[in-house]
Design a protein around this ligand. Structure first.
Ligand code: NDP
Length: 278
């Protein structure tokens, strides 16, 4: 029987992880199968336990379970500890190891695939959920000029700032507080675009040559990307982040890091999703 992995989330039907990992496996000569598992919103832990009991070796975690996944694990990587959220679990004999590869995935996509220089940049991070937690530390490690966090529930942005304030120049704002402010990189880590909802973002936030990064992928031009394009900014979806974070998760599970360019190009051709467009 092949080693079994899955992406667990709710919703999970949109995830392309079940396409990515078999392509990595083929490219690296590994044997595995990878499923998509929908967990009830109040049944994440039971779902993981049942999946593990079926003989599985590990899983990826998506909305809205990354913090629960972190709490379920018994050992954690440094980057998972920093985030307080996990997107990758590895099942071991008596323990569950948690990692968070979202941040390195985003940074690799921005710097290597999209040619964006994070050093000294002004970053606006929209959202304060599991994905925002995962990317904040790795973004700060690239020495941006500042990172401002805005979230619908302001208290969660404040909580993130309190947790990361010692790691660099990070602060919280409200959407109204963004008037007259400009950013070089605006990252949408909210799940608003999943339901095609737009965010109350002033058009003036996009600096000249700004990049608007939508973490979601596979939805075509989202309201956030459309706003950025109408303001003259470059926009990209999160397909590159998906592939880059998956490569790091594959390394955690299999001990080998696949190259990403061919897989990203194949998925880009399949989905027709957008990157780097104005
Ligand atoms: P969570 O459920 O943990 O957090 C959701 C966030 O979105 C919260 O900040 C929430 O705000 C905000 N939000 C939800 N709906 C709205 C809305 N209508 N208006 C404004 N804010 C809203 O999800 P994750 O952080 O795990 O994931 C967020 C998104 O990032 C998803 O779309 C996911 O698919 C994508 N993602 C993509 C990855 C990739 O590899 N490309 C990797 C990780 C995530 P509040 O606190 O007020 O509820």
């Amino acid at each position: 029987m092949k080693d079994l992995y899955a992406i667990i989330g709710n919703p999970v039907a949109h995830s392309l992880s079940p396409r990515v990992h078999p392509l990595f496996a083929a490219a690296t000569g590994q044997e595995l199968s990878y499923e998509r598992v929908l967990a009830p919103l109040d049944g994440f832990v039971e779902t993981v336990r049942a999946f593990r009991a079926s003989g599985a070796r590990g899983c990826n975690i998506t909305v809205p379970f990354k913090v629960e996944a972190f709490q379920l694990a018994t050992t954690h990587s440094a980057r998972a500890l920093q985030a307080g959220a996990a997107n990758t679990l590895r099942f071991e004999n008596d323990s569950i190891y948690a990692d968070n590869t979202d941040g390195v995935g985003l940074v690799n996509d921005l710097e290597n695939n999209l040619d964006f220089n994070l050093v000294g940049s002004r970053i606006l991070l929209l959202g304060a959920g599991g994905a925002a937690r995962g990317v904040l530390g790795p973004l700060l490690a690239r020495s941006p000029k500042c990172i401002v966090i805005v979230n619908r529930t302001a208290a969660r942005a404040d909580e993130l700032v309190a947790g990361f304030g010692n790691a660099g120049p990070v602060s919280a704002s409200t959407f109204a507080g963004l008037t007259d402010k400009q950013f070089d990189l605006i990252i949408n880590s909210t799940s608003a675009s999943l339901s095609n909802k737009s965010l109350p973002l002033p058009a003036g936030v996009f600096a000249e040559n700004a990049l608007a990064y939508e973490m979601l992928y596979g939805k075509g031009t989202t309201p956030f990307m459309a706003l950025a394009q109408s303001a003259g900014a470059r926009s990209a979806d999160g397909l590159g982040m998906l592939v880059e974070q998956a490569a790091e998760a594959f390394l955690v599970w299999r001990g080998v890091r696949p190259t990403t360019a061919a897989v990203l190009a194949a998925l880009r051709a399949e989905t027709g999703a957008e990157t780097g467009t104005k």
